[in-house]
Design a protein around this ligand. Structure first.
Ligand code: GDP
Ligand code: MG
Length: 177
């Protein structure tokens, strides 16, 4: 099992309906590479996974919507996450337009940290109702200096890559510290 410091907490942020719970569910469905001690509750998923040959305990929190804007719970999410997935739906431009505000809030709360943040364009399978292009997502991520990925929780497309990417981002920063 991963020792101290080998537990990484990942927070799912974003507007309602973008697929946060669906993404968390795909993570919960991943095979645990070291199945003892696994815990799941309705909104928290813990998995031992191997990324780049090293085991890590990853805990994914889908609790953002349980708090109001500015609430204690949201503040707690922002303060305790080791990495943040800001999810929008590529079929919902409004969810995309909220991203900068969420990200700036996040950085304002942790001004001295270089936080791992991944902008996630979910529902990439819904090509005909797409409202936000891949290029727009990439461009915004570039402007905001964060990573970008498109996923489909429905098809499990890029979902493992998303969570592995979060682990790599956290490790990268810890190795520099
Ligand atoms: P949340 O409010 O952010 O937790 O969003 P949910 O996970 O509850 O998803 C909202 C709706 O979008 C549900 O009906 C999901 O089944 C659907 N959904 C989530 N992700 C995807 C996806 O990648 N593709 C498609 N087609 N539907 C999705
Ligand atoms: Mg949800």
């Amino acid at each position: 099992p991963a020792g101290r410091g080998g537990v990484f907490k990942v927070m799912l942020l974003g507007e309602s309906g973008v697929g946060k719970s669906a993404l968390a569910g795909t993570f919960g469905g991943l095979q645990d590479d070291n199945a003892h001690e696994t815990e799941n509750t309705e909104d928290t998923y813990e998995r031992h996974i191997i990324v780049d040959k090293e085991e890590v305990t990853l805990v994914v929190y889908d609790i953002w919507e349980q708090g109001e804007a500015g609430s204690w719970l949201r503040e707690h999410c922002l303060q305790t996450g080791d990495a943040f997935l800001i999810v929008f739906s590529v079929t919902d431009r409004r969810s995309f337009s909220k991203v900068p505000e969420t990200l700036l809030r996040l950085r304002a709360g942790r001004p001295h940290h270089d936080l791992p943040i991944i902008l996630v364009g979910n529902k990439s399978d819904l090509a005909r109702s797409r409202e936000v292009s891949l290029e727009e997502g990439r461009h915004l991520a570039g402007m905001l200096s964060c990573k970008h990925i498109e996923t489909s929780a429905a098809l499990h497309h890029n979902t493992r890559e998303l969570f592995e990417g979060a682990v790599r981002q956290i490790r990268l920063r810890r190795s520099r510290a």
